[in-house]
Design a protein around this ligand. Structure first.
Ligand SMILES: [Zn+2]
Length: 105
C-alpha cells in the first residue's frame, strides 16, 4: 500500500471512529482530552490493517495505554478485552472482518 493511501486511510478511520463515538473516550467518557482511535483487533489480523470503524474505538491516552497492555503482556486489563471493547461500540470481530472484506481491502 502506498504511503499516501495509507495516510488517507488512517485519517478517514480516525474521523469515522471519533464521529461515531461523539469525540469521547468510550471507556471513561473523557471528552476534554486528546483521543486515539484504537484498533481493537491488531492491524496484522485484519485484511488491509483493519481500518474500519467496526474495528476502532475512541480512547483517551490513559485508557489506550491500558488497552495496549494486551499486546505487550498477553493479558488484557480488566474491562478491556477485545470482546468487551467490541461490545462497547456494538461490534464484534466477525463484524469488523466483514466490514474489511466488504470494503474490498
Ligand atoms: Zn478513557
Amino acid at each position: 500500500m502506498g504511503k499516501l493511501r495509507k495516510q488517507a486511510l488512517r485519517a478517514a478511520f480516525r474521523e469515522a471512529v471519533f464521529t461515531r463515538d461523539g469525540h469521547c473516550c468510550r471507556v471513561c467518557s473523557a471528552s476534554d482530552t486528546e483521543l486515539d482511535a484504537h484498533h481493537i483487533s491488531d492491524r496484522t489480523t485484519m485484511p488491509g490493517g483493519g481500518y474500519v470503524k467496526e474495528n476502532g474505538i475512541s480512547l483517551c491516552k490513559p485508557c489506550h495505554r491500558l488497552a495496549e497492555q494486551l499486546w505487550e503482556t498477553g493479558v488484557a486489563a480488566p474491562g478491556l478485552t477485545p470482546e468487551q471493547l467490541y461490545a462497547l461500540i456494538g461490534s464484534s470481530f466477525a463484524r469488523a472482518l466483514r466490514a474489511c472484506q466488504e470494503r474490498g481491502a
